[in-house]
Design a binder for this molecule. Structure first.
Ligand SMILES: C[S@@+](CC[C@H](N)C(=O)[O-])C[C@H]1O[C@@H](n2cnc3c(N)ncnc32)[C@H](O)[C@@H]1O
Length: 127
């Protein structure tokens, strides 16, 4: 099951190049991962919302940390960006195609994680 509502601007070629860049560079954003482990500190059984999950750079480590009893709601308005997450079809990751401004969360969460999408908000002229 997947929820869907908004159009995405981070799609097509832009999304493909983003995913290529992330997978081509070894240890990219290792520091950011350590920040995630340190501040989000995902642990077994937690329910976590990730806003602007993208192609899953943080989603997969978070899913591993929360284990089968946890649930990660991976939110992003771009279906292209979410492709690797959808294809992985993990039982503890629930992809939601929607923007942070307008989405329906299927349940309560313990924590929220986001990296990178607030920057995109700040350059939008209508916000
Ligand atoms: C720079 S990427 C970061 C992706 C991921 N968090 C990471 O660190 O690799 C920004 C992501 O934010 C998503 N995004 C853009 N506008 C958004 C919005 N209004 N709500 C939620 N996500 C949004 C984009 O589709 C894109 O996948």
């Amino acid at each position: 099951m997947m929820l869907q509502n908004t159009a995405a601007e981070f799609s097509n070629e832009r999304s493909v190049k983003y995913r290529q860049a992330v997978s081509n560079v070894q240890h990219i954003w290792q520091d950011d991962l350590e920040v995630m482990y340190s501040y989000l500190a995902p642990s077994t059984g937690e329910k976590i919302l990730e806003i602007g999950a993208g192609s899953g750079f943080f989603s997969f480590p978070i899913a591993e940390a929360i284990g089968d009893k946890g649930m990660l709601y991976a939110l992003d308005p771009s279906a292209d960006q979410l492709t690797p997450i959808k294809e992985a079809n993990l039982p503890n990751v629930f992809p939601i195609i929607a923007s942070a401004e307008d989405f329906l969360l299927p349940g309560q969460v313990d924590k929220i994680w986001s990296r990178g999408h607030f920057i995109m908000w700040s350059i939008k002229p209508d916000l």
